[in-house]
Design a protein around this ligand. Structure first.
Ligand code: SF4
Length: 178
């Protein structure tokens, strides 16, 4: 029976998803073994129950926090995909400064604003946390895939192993040809 696979991005640049798309025709191998039931590239429905969840990005806001708790409940195997998910990476650079200073630097004091910019304030926007968190500081992560982004070969290796009920071993992945 085919597995259910979903992907999502939280606080990330979507580069990890672009690398996923770089598996090119190997997506057909994935499609033989899994139905891709949710992906931010094509839909916005609630996160369903799945066998495997690939999660790009870190936890930056109330919304991300609630989302990753929900994903953890829905997914048998949760994969932290890429350095933002694993250790916050680029999104965590603001952790060195108070959030108010970061907002002021971006929206008030940037040269294009000349000290007169307005901070974004709309109910539809994310409510940022003071600190950005990696996934494993909020939920249990089953598989960690580092890289910014991880290579397409690495992503395919991880997916292929999980879809065949094997736990990927990234220490050997580079020696394998997929
Ligand atoms: Fe983008 Fe790199 Fe973060 Fe992936 S790990 S979301 S490519 S910044």
């Amino acid at each position: 029976m085919k597995k259910k696979l979903a992907t999502v991005w939280l606080g990330g640049c979507s580069g990890c998803h672009m690398s996923l798309l770089d598996i090119d025709e190997r997506i057909l191998e994935v499609a033989k073994l899994a139905d891709i039931v949710k992906c931010p590239i094509v839909d916005g429905k609630p996160f369903p129950e799945v066998d495997i969840a690939l999660v790009e990005g870190s936890v930056t806001s109330d919304e991300h926090y609630e989302e990753i708790l929900h994903i953890r409940k829905q997914a048998k195997v949760l994969v932290a995909l890429g350095d933002c998910a694993v250790m916050t990476n680029i999104t965590g650079m603001r952790n060195y400064f108070p959030l108010q200073d970061v907002m002021a630097a971006a929206y008030t004091h940037s040269p294009s604003n000349d000290g007169e910019g307005m901070w974004p304030n709309h109910e539809a926007l994310l409510k940022l946390h003071g600190k950005v968190l990696p996934l494993q500081s909020v939920v249990t992560v089953d598989v960690v895939v580092p890289g910014c982004p991880p290579s397409a070969d690495t992503i395919f290796y991880v997916l292929y192993e999980l879809l065949n009920d094997r736990m990927p071993d990234l220490s050997t992945a580079q020696k394998l040809k997929y």
